[in-house]
Ligand binder design. Structure first.
Ligand code: 5GP
Ligand code: ZN
Length: 113
C-alpha cells in the first residue's frame, strides 16, 4: 500500500487521531497551519474531490458535519473556523487521498493565498 493516508488509516503509520468511526479517521496535521489543524480522512481511498461521486454524498456530508463538531468541541463554533479541500497540485494538494482540512484559532484572510 503506497498511499500515505491509507497507511495512517490502517495504523501502519502513526498519527494523532482525534476521532474515529467506520467511515473516517480525523487526525492532527503534522505541520499545523493554525492552533487547530485537523485532517478529516475517509477510510476509503478516493484520490481527490474530482473522484467523488454520488455514492459518496453521505460520506462527504458526514465529513463536513464532523468538521463542525470537532470545531465546536474546541470552542470555535462561534469564533469561526476554515474548512478546505485542496483539489489537484495547482490548488495545493500534495497527498492524493481525499482530506478535509479543518483550521481554527487564528484569523483567516480572504481570498486565500
Ligand atoms: P494537502 O497539501 O494535500 O491539501 O494536505 C496534505 C496535508 O497532510 C498537509 O497539510 C501536510 O502537513 C499533512 N501531512 C503530510 N504528511 C503527513 C503525515 O505523515 N502525518 C500527518 N499527520 N500529516 C501529514
Ligand atoms: Zn489512500
Amino acid at each position: 500500500m503506497s498511499c500515505l493516508f491509507c497507511r495512517i488509516v490502517s495504523g501502519e503509520i502513526a498519527a494523532t487521531k482525534v476521532h474515529e468511526d467506520e467511515r473516517m479517521v480525523p487526525f492532527a496535521d503534522v505541520n499545523p497551519q493554525a492552533p487547530m489543524h485537523v485532517l478529516i480522512v475517509p477510510r476509503e481511498h478516493i484520490a481527490s474531490l474530482n473522484d467523488v461521486t454520488e455514492a459518496h454524498d453521505e460520506l462527504v456530508g458526514a465529513m463536513l458535519r464532523r468538521a463542525a463538531a470537532l470545531a465546536r468541541e474546541r470552542g470555535y463554533a462561534d469564533r469561526g473556523f476554515r474548512t478546505v479541500f485542496n483539489c489537484q497540485a495547482g490548488a495545493g494538494q500534495t497527498v492524493f487521498h481525499l482530506h478535509l482540512h479543518v483550521l481554527a484559532g487564528r484569523t483567516f484572510n480572504w481570498p486565500p493565498g
